[in-house]
Structure formats: structure tokens, C-alpha cells
Write a protein that binds this ligand. Structure first.
Ligand code: NAP
Length: 422
């Protein structure tokens, strides 16, 4: 069987979260992009960047032109804490902060006030670890990475000295990976501060220690607990605390009221947090919620509102339509998880094809999509053009002593391509 694959992305650049999500100080992880580049170089594959599904092209238009569609658009938005004051300008999502420092075009008009002494990060998953590390590290350690130029400048001017990292359950339930918390603990310019009383395990949490990964995480923070800080910055990791109100004054964030939790066994999740009514205020000037991503519905693609992702059954969305990655499972799992998951869905797709199940496109010609885009005045970015952008970014990076200096606005990317063409 011979297939052609067109990859459609709303940005002129491929690589999704590898470019816009993975932290700039994790350059090694970004090298996985080479796998995509190898696949993209196959003559049966084409790239159509700068084409937004649901805006530039509809799902119905795709259905007419492709026999099969795979949705791989991830989870673009974020979950809310659901507390008063969350809408204040200094209360933002980690999603925005990550997009901002990674030069994602959606987040370049945002600014984060780093003139305060203390920031609260709510949630203790790996995204929380990334934003905390970026806030607490020496900005010069990022100077040679692909961090966006405005973010590097802002971090250089940052006055933040304390990052409160707030987990609602205990050390055994922490969502971070062992390597990520250890990285925070080993920052040269910041101490990881843990209250020994909060590092003690609840009896309902102890069965979780049978898992070696959980044991490693617990042992690490327990070994750290109680150490007196000596470095210029501090990451204060708190367990058993939930946000209850973001406090503002004159439109600015001045604090986060938190409530102490106790743990209760819960057959669904092992243990759950329950508020005790005991409250305190952390004086912070910025609150970053890092409580999980959430999918955004795309017109024409069934959406499961409750789960915040595409509605599907084992990856099948509709006859001839499939979903992979975070758009399928929700926002959890590493790059490797998504790769294995995609392979399983592609195996389903191929099995369906072999059994003759599914629709047949009315206009399957390779020229059908380019013709439609031209008629609509949409300017797609090809693989060759992405390679030009890639080379330009690396060149700009070399000049600045960085791995890459990203174009952070779509208009600048297109202008760079057009001036090359001219
Ligand atoms: P996550 O792993 O699901 O963590 C979400 C965190 O938010 C958890 O600590 C959760 O606590 C907490 N939370 C949720 N609702 C809350 C609420 N209402 N109040 C307080 N806390 C709340 O999500 P993520 O950090 O966004 O990461 C998404 C996925 O990307 C994960 O699979 C992660 O491993 C992956 N990732 C990996 C890396 C890396 O490997 N370096 C980097 C970034 C992301 P509970 O546990 O109590 O629910």
C-alpha cells in the first residue's frame, strides 16, 4: 500500500511542544526533532505550515480531500484553579509563561511582572518544575540556549528571590518526576527548602512506596527537608496546601491565601486532599497556576467537555478519523508515551484500511489542498521554507552565542521568507 501524508500546522514551524513546550535548558530533549525531520524528508510527506484547522481550512474541506485524518493538535489551553482573584493581571497560567519564554507566537504580547520578590507556582507536576527552574536559575545559564530574547532580558532583570511551589497532597503523590525535582535541588544559585513536618508521609500514602519511582521522589525530598538555606534564591516546596484566593491591591497581585489540607484515603486516586480550614497568606506578586493543560474544541471535531479532549473510542473519532497524543488521552505523558500511543493508533488506522472500512475522499489529488488554500488566500509554509527559517534562526543564534534565536512572531517569519524569495 502506498500512502501520502500531509502534515498541517497552524504555525509556520513544526515540532509542537518540542519547540514551544520543552524548556530551553533541556536542549538534549529537543534533539528528538531530528526524528520528525527524517520523516518529513520522505518524498511522500509534505508540510503545510501557517494553516489553521477550523479557520483557514474546515474539517469538511479536509474530509473531501483526504481518505484519512489524524488529529494531533494536543491541548492548547489550561485548567483553572477556580478561586477568587484568579482573573487578576498578576495571576497567570504556566502555559502562558512557558509559551512566552519559548517564543511561541501566541504569547509574545504578554508580559510577566518579575519585579516582585516572591512568586507562587500552584501544582507540582513537571511543568511546574520547568517554570520554577526558569524563575530560580541564574539567567546566564540560559544565555546560550534557544530561550526567546525578550524572556532572557526579563529574567536578567528579575528581582524574584523566592518561588513557592505548592502541592495539594503529599510527597508520595507529587506529579513531578525524580529527575525534575532533583534538578531543582541541584540548582547552583537556589536552595530547595522543605519543612520536615510536611515531608512526613500519611499512612494512606505508604503503600505507594512499593513503586521505586515514588520511593525515589519521597526519599529525595525527605533528605532535603530541614536544611537551612544558604544560596541567594529559594524554592520553597510546600505539601498539603491548596490555593483559596489570589489577593490583589490596585489591580496587582499582592498575595496568595492558601489552606492547609489533610489527606484521606480515596479508592479513585489513592489519597485525596481535604481542606482543614487553617489558612495563611503568602506575600507574592505573581501567581502561576500549573494545574494541567486542557484541550480546545475545534469546529467539526467531537469534543469531550468533561475530559477536555477530543471525544473518541480507542483513538477512533469517526469513520476515517483518528486522534493521537494529548488530544486523545488528555495532557499527560512524556514524548515517549505519545510516540507509542501514536504507533498504536496508526496500527488501528492501517487495520481499518486493510479491512476496507472507512470513507473515500472525493478529491484525493495532491493538488487539492494547495488549490483550496490558494483560492482562500491562505499562505502555506512548506518544508523547504521551514528549513530556511530553521537555518536563519540558527544563524541568528550563532551571532548571539545561542543555540537558536527564534522568530517569535508569525509576521516576522513570513517577512523573512518573502525577503529571501525576493
Ligand atoms: P500534571 O503532571 O498533571 O500535574 C498537575 C499538577 O497540578 C499536580 O500536582 C496536581 O495535583 C495539581 N493540581 C491539579 N489541580 C489542582 C488544583 N485545583 N489545585 C492545586 N493543585 C492542582 O501536569 P503538568 O505539570 O501540566 O504536565 C503535563 C504532562 O507533561 C505530564 O505528563 C508531565 O510529566 C509532562 N511534562 C514533562 C516534562 C519533563 O519531562 N521535563 C516537562 C513538562 C511536562 P494532584 O496530583 O493532586 O492532582
Amino acid at each position: 500500500m502506498s500512502v501520502r501524508v500531509d502534515l498541517i500546522d497552524r504555525l509556520p514551524t513544526p515540532h509542537g511542544l518540542v519547540r514551544g513546550g520543552v524548556a530551553p535548558d533541556h536542549q538534549k530533549i529537543k534533539s528528538v526533532a531530528a526524528v520528525y525531520d527524517k520523516v518529513a524528508a520522505d518524498p511522500r510527506a509534505r508540510f503545510f505550515g501557517n494553516v489553521k484547522l477550523g479557520a483557514d481550512v474546515s474539517v469538511e474541506e479536509l474530509r473531501a480531500r483526504y481518505d484519512r485524518i489524524v488529529y494531533a493538535f494536543g491541548c492548547e489551553s489550561d485548567k483553572r484553579m477556580g478561586v477568587p482573584g484568579e482573573e487578576l493581571p498578576g495571576s497567570r497560567s504556566a502555559t502562558e509563561f512557558v509559551g512566552w519564554y519559548n517564543g511561541h507566537p501566541d504569547h509574545q504580547d504578554k508580559s510577566f511582572d518579575l519585579s516582585c520578590e516572591a512568586v507562587a507556582v500552584v501544582g507540582i507536576g513537571n511543568v511546574a518544575m520547568d517554570v520554577t527552574r526558569l524563575l530560580a536559575c541564574d539567567p546566564e545559564s540560559l544565555a546560550a540556549t534557544d530561550i526567546s530574547a525578550p524572556a532572557l532580558e526579563a529574567l536578567r532583570r528579575s528581582r524574584v528571590r523566592t518561588v513557592w511551589l505548592l502541592g495539594r497532597r503529599g510527597p508520595a503523590e507529587a506529579a513531578y518526576s525524580p529527575a525534575e525535582i532533583e534538578e531543582i535541588g541541584e540548582l547552583p544559585g537556589a536552595d530547595l527548602v522543605v519543612d520536615p513536618a510536611e515531608a512526613v508521609l500519611h499512612e494512606a500514602s505508604t503503600p505507594a512506596l512499593a513503586d521505586p519511582v515514588t520511593r525515589k521522589k519521597v526519599e529525595y525530598v525527605q533528605a532535603r527537608a530541614g536544611r537551612a538555606p544558604t544560596k541567594p534564591r529559594q524554592v520553597r516546596l510546600r505539601f498539603l496546601t491548596s490555593p483559596v484566593e489570589v489577593l490583589g491591591e490596585g489591580g496587582r497581585v499582592v498575595g496568595l491565601r492558601i489552606e492547609r489540607n489533610r489527606l484521606e484515603p480515596d479508592p479513585r486516586v489513592g489519597v485525596r486532599a481535604v481542606g482543614t480550614g487553617e489558612r495563611e497568606v503568602l506575600p507574592v506578586g505573581l501567581v502561576l497556576r500549573s494545574v494541567g493543560y486542557r484541550g480546545v474544541p475545534v469546529a467539526g471535531v467531537p469534543f469531550d467537555e468533561k475530559a477536555g479532549r477530543v471525544a473518541h473510542s480507542e483513538g477512533r473519532v469517526a469513520p476515517g478519523e483518528y486522534v493521537v497524543g494529548w488530544a486523545k488521552r488528555g495532557p499527560s505523558g512524556l514524548i515517549g508515551t505519545n510516540r507509542a500511543d501514536s504507533a498504536a493508533v496508526v496500527a488501528l488506522l492501517l487495520a481499518d484500511l486493510a479491512s476496507g472500512r472507512g470513507p473515500v475522499a472525493a478529491e484525493p489529488s495532491p493538488e487539492a489542498l494547495p488549490a483550496l488554500l490558494a483560492a482562500k488566500g491562505v499562505r502555506p509554509v512548506s518544508l523547504a521554507e521551514w528549513r530556511t527559517l530553521d537555518a536563519l534562526e540558527r544563524e541568528r543564534g550563532r551571532a548571539a552565542g545561542k543555540a537558536r534565536e527564534k522568530f517569535v512572531r508569525v509576521a516576522d517569519m513570513l517577512a523573512a521568507l518573502d525577503s529571501r524569495r525576493a
